[in-house]
Design a binder for this molecule. Structure first.
Ligand code: HEC
Length: 117
């Protein structure tokens, strides 16, 4: 029994990783990061980090049905609709794993800039 379980895990895990990569690729190539941030930290759009997969999925389904949660929400409807059911599920899972890497420094000063211009 244990052996079967292990075998299933080993064969399934590359598939899961592959799905996560697809979602990441979609997220970074469809403009999602421009509003939600590279790590879902939230720029001009709601922060996605730390939101549960189930909640993200439900919000995406609502948006696909045209139901928004904030006053600026309508910009998100077409983005939500650009994902098929499979991608919506995978995206919710992917987004729920997002974290800002600890070693990243924001707003680093440009070493060539002397600050006088
Ligand atoms: C033009 C800016 C913009 C872009 C680009 C964008 N979003 Fe959004 N997104 C929003 C706004 C605004 C909301 C809030 C929607 C609402 O009020 O219901 C939102 C909501 C969401 C939500 C629900 C979270 C919540 O708290 O409401 C998810 C998940 C999401 N976006 C994922 C994505 C994905 C995936 C993409 C790319 C395919 C994307 N977004 C592209 C602006 C954007």
């Amino acid at each position: 029994m244990k052996r079967i379980l292990l075998y299933t895990l080993l064969t399934l895990s590359p598939m899961i990783a592959d799905d996560m990569q697809k979602a990441e690729y979609f997220y970074l190539t469809h403009g999602c990061q421009s509003c939600h941030g590279m790590y879902g930290e939230g720029v001009s759009a709601p922060r996605l980090q730390g939101v549960k997969e189930k909640v993200l999925y439900e919000r995406l389904k609502n948006l696909q049905a045209g139901k928004t949660r904030t006053t600026m929400g309508s910009v998100m409807i077409s983005f939500a609709q650009s994902m098929d059911e499979n991608m919506t599920r995978t995206m919710a899972k992917y987004l729920s794993t997002l974290k800002t890497p600890e070693n990243i420094e924001y707003y680093e000063e440009d070493p060539n800039e002397d600050g006088t211009s």
